[in-house]
Every structure is written in C-alpha cells, then in structure tokens.
Ligand binder design. Sequence first.
Ligand code: IPE
Ligand code: IPE
Ligand code: MG
Length: 224
Amino acid sequence: MNPLNHVAIIMDGNGRWGLKNKNARNAGHKAGLNTVEKIIKVTIKNNIKFLTLYAFSTENWKRPKKEIKFLFNLLEDFLINKIEDLNKQKIKLKIIGKKNFSSKLNSLLKESEKKTIKNKRLQINLALNYGSKVELIDAFKEIKKNKEIINEKNLSKYLQTKNIPDPDLLIRTGNTKRLSNFLLWQLAYSEIFFEKKLWPDFSEKDYNKIINKYKNIKRNFGNI
Ligand code: IPE
Ligand code: IPE
Ligand code: MG
C-alpha cells in the first residue's frame, strides 16, 4: 500500500453548482466552503500530513469584480470565524501564492499563518493568487541573483512549496481534465484523479474512494 503524505486538490465546479442549484455562481462558492471543512476532517482522519487547496489562481483575476469580491469576503469571514477552531485542531495554515490583496486580508492571512505555525497534525497550504509559471520564474530569478547553479535542490528551495514534499495525489473535481497552472513542477510524479462531481457535491465517500484507489496503484517513478 502506498503511503499518503500529501493531497493536492483543484476545487473546481463551484460556479456551475451555484448556477444549477441556486441560479447564482456565488452560492456555489459558499456551498464549496462546506466541502472544504468536510474534506479537512477526512484528511485528518486518514492521517495525511499535507493538504494543498487551490482556491484562487493568478488567472482568476480575469473574473468579474463582483465574483472576486465575494470570494475574498468569504475567505475573510472564514478566517475570522474558523482560525481558532483550526488552531485547536492543531492545523497549520500556510499561504502559497503572492499576498497582494487588501491590507485587511493580507494581515489576516499573515496573522493566521503566525498563529498556527507550530501546529503539527496537518498542514494546509492554501493556494491564493497562485500560479505555477510565476512561481517558477521567480525561483529562477532567485537562483540567478544569488549566483547559484541550476539544479533540482536549488530550484525547490526557492519555490513557494519549500520544505513541503511533492503531492502524492492530485484530485480535480468539476469534470475538467487540466492543471490550470497548478504546481506544474511539484506534480511531476503525482497520481492524478479527475472527478466528475462538482466541488460542492464532493463527499467524504468520494474522497475515501479515491484514497483507497490511490493506495493500490503501482507507483514506478521510472523503475519497473
Ligand atoms: C472553482 O470553481 C473555484 C474558483 C476558481 C474560485 P469555479 O468558480 O471555477 O466553478 P466553475 O468551474 O465555473 O463551475
Ligand atoms: C482552477 O479552476 C483554479 C481554482 C480551482 C482555484 P478554474 O475554474 O479557474 O480553471 P480554468 O480557468 O477553468 O482552467
Ligand atoms: Mg472552474
């Protein structure tokens, strides 16, 4: 059975769920947050140490202002109301991506990271304003600036995911088969599952089914 240390998730399908069920995309984002809480619980139950959640990409700025505002308000409320609870559950929160939001949200994110930094049960990496291409370009710039040689070790240490093992498993919900600029370097050898269900419909049972399938895959890493 394969060990499972790190799960990464592209939480896709909120907008379609909202339109279908409540005639409003934003209702889907709200419903998606319930799935996030559920999935965190199941991740802990499975004793998985890292969970990376794609919440907002560098390309998502193209969306209508109203939707972007709704998303960040939702995140603000979530942090204000839930960070204590996450802390009690011994969860460490780390943001990957550039924190260039409102000063209120920026400081809320920093505070949340600081508050939970010592926690060891589960590390949640929240990908916010995250894009893999920018991340890689920035890392190469750092190598150049410091006159270091280009190798895997040096590159990895300048990625936002420094000190985080690569994902063993990637799940994308929402019936779309693409990576959308997510962890392009780090997913080199991850097992990938594309799930038809929209994120708000993704259940504990669906998640456990994927985990069990993952555990029985023969992972080669180039070997036989
Ligand atoms: C993913 O759901 C959440 C974010 C990108 C913030 P979408 O909003 O992309 O939902 P669909 O794909 O339009 O249904
Ligand atoms: C990817 O979903 C980003 C997040 C889930 C945050 P998108 O819905 O933005 O991806 P594309 O644009 O359809 O590829
Ligand atoms: Mg989408």
